[in-house]
Design a protein around this ligand. Sequence first.
Ligand SMILES: [Zn+2]
Ligand SMILES: [Zn+2]
Length: 86
Amino acid sequence: MSTATTTDRAELLREASLTVCGRREGKTRACNSCLRKADAAVQLIKGPTLNTRLLPRVADIVCGSAGQPCGDCWEKATTLILELRG
Ligand SMILES: [Zn+2]
Ligand SMILES: [Zn+2]
């Protein structure tokens, strides 16, 4: 059903964006910047890229770095990949 798929995707994106933005009690939505990053990360993770190549690329998107993501963002990227592919 297309409606269910849309809802699933929206829910997926919401969860992913919270992971990117940083989860906190009572926080229900991410900021716009993290929402955009999560959207790009979800597309990448759901795409054909090999698992082994995924982590550095997702970490880079999350951090917004030019190939030098920080430790925090490596962890977030790992979480995202596990959530979406695991
Ligand atoms: Zn944010
Ligand atoms: Zn970072």
